[in-house]
Design a binder for this molecule. Structure first.
Ligand SMILES: Nc1nc2c(ncn2[C@@H]2O[C@H](COP(=O)(O)OP(=O)(O)OP(=O)(O)O)[C@@H](O)[C@H]2O)c(=O)[nH]1
Ligand SMILES: [Mg+2]
Length: 383
């Protein structure tokens, strides 16, 4: 289908989900920009079956404007919509932007030229370089939220604003990229993390909040972002990120351990050794559940009960180290006899290495390799 469309200089891919109130202004402003700068451009709207009149509007606009609509009936998601649009695009340069006018169409020529001139491979509309700005209506919470999300990606890219979603890329760079499979919104971050050799350039933009329509950035998208980060970090440093995650889960388990112990020993007045055993089972179960869910790839393919039992067994063996340390400290030191929680911490640290290796090798199986999903390379060509 896309093969019938003549190639253009620039394809602007716009993912949409109930954006009927914004599309017309976006297309008009883009067309003004195209003609003012002599760019032969097209606008590809990739809509996920919005029932708000988007299809009718795009059909009307397409009569007089270089607009194409791609409707996805079964698939959902911003990032996959962008990949879908780019696969159908005919431009030499491909550009992605939101429909809600947060990304100024007037900055499109800057991004386009930066890529087309060969100055860079990926041009990024950036709020966080000199001259760039966010909406003046952003309060402290919103600013903090954006900064924290951006800082979490620091280990993956040097780009200051990899989260904005406004970027242009040379077709060949995209075609040679490894498979892209962001689970949420952050297609640009996925690209930057997976193409570290691509030359990126940040171009300042003035980001404006949407005036019409509703944001789709909900809690689910934020959780997907964390999952995405997890996949990217794991792909880059598989063993280190697994150990770190195991440690984080272990830390949360330590809190559960202490809480359960304090409840049993201090409130229910159970003997301290029995309390220690009880809190161990609670904490080990907590750790097993989270490690199965997030730390070890493929762990969920294994049956729960034997895996839980195996993990408890490994943890119990590690607990011998752990408990032995606890026993030794509380038996030999008046200080630790009074501060039993501290003795617990020492025991947990001693058991950690054994616990991780046992869990890794015997319980959860091999395969810390990052989950790679569907992407562009090895699939249908872009055009
Ligand atoms: N095709 C498609 N587009 C989507 C989907 N979710 C969001 N979009 C579009 O992606 C763009 C960004 O979505 P927004 O809801 O504005 O999210 P955001 O810009 O991160 O958040 P705000 O700053 O609150 O606007 C918009 O053009 C949306 O219409 C989706 O599931 N499918
Ligand atoms: Mg938006």
């Amino acid at each position: 289908m896309s093969g019938e469309v003549p190639p253009v200089d620039l394809s602007v891919v716009v993912p949409t989900c109930r954006e009927v109130l914004n599309i017309e202004e976006l297309v008009e402003r883009l067309c003004r920009v195209f003609s003012a700068h002599g760019i032969e451009g097209e606008v590809l709207v990739v809509d996920d079956g919005s029932d708000d009149g988007t299809e009718e509007l795009c059909a009307r606009l397409a009569r007089s404007r270089p607009v194409r609509l791609l409707v996805r009936r079964t698939e959902r998601g911003l990032a996959t919509a962008v990949i879908h649009g780019m696969r159908h695009a005919t431009g030499r340069v491909l550009l992605c932007m939101d429909a809600d006018l947060s990304h100024p169409p007037e900055s499109v020529p800057d991004l386009y030229r930066a890529v087309d001139s060969g100055a860079c491979d990926i041009a990024i509309g950036s709020r966080y370089v000199e001259g760039g700005e966010v909406d003046e209506g952003w309060g402290l919470f919103r600013r903090l939220n954006s900064r924290i999300a951006t800082s979490l990606a620091r280990g993956l890219t040097k780009v200051k604003d990899p989260m904005g979603g406004f970027f242009a890329i040379r077709r060949e760079v995209l075609e040679s990229a490894p498979p892209l499979a962001p689970p949420g919104y952050k297609i640009l971050l996925d690209l930057l993390a997976k193409c570290p050799k691509a030359r990126a350039m940040e171009i300042p933009i003035r980001f404006r909040d949407r005036k019409l329509g509703e944001s789709k950035l909900d809690l689910r998208q934020r959780i997907l972002y964390l999952r995405h980060l997890h996949c990217l970090y794991r792909a880059r440093r598989p063993v280190l990120s697994e150990i770190l995650l195991y440690g984080l889960v272990g830390l949360s388990g330590l809190a559960v351990d202490l809480l359960a112990f304090s409840l049993l020993y201090r409130i229910l007045l159970v003997n301290h050794l029995a309390s220690r055993a009880g809190s161990f089972v609670v904490a080990a179960t907590w750790n097993w559940a989270f490690n199965r869910r997030i730390t070890f790839d493929g762990a969920r393919a294994r049956a729960r009960l034997p895996q839980w039992a195996g993990f408890l067994l490994v943890s119990a063996t590690a607990f011998l180290l752990n408990w032995g340390t606890y026993w030794l400290l509380t038996a030999s030191s008046a200080f630790f006899l009074a501060a039993k929680e501290l003795a617990i911490v020492c025991g947990v640290v001693a058991g950690f290495a054994f616990n991780y290796l046992g869990a890794r090798l015997l319980v959860f199986g091999r395969g810390a390799a990052a989950a790679e999903g569907r992407g562009l390379r090895g699939q249908a060509p872009l055009r």
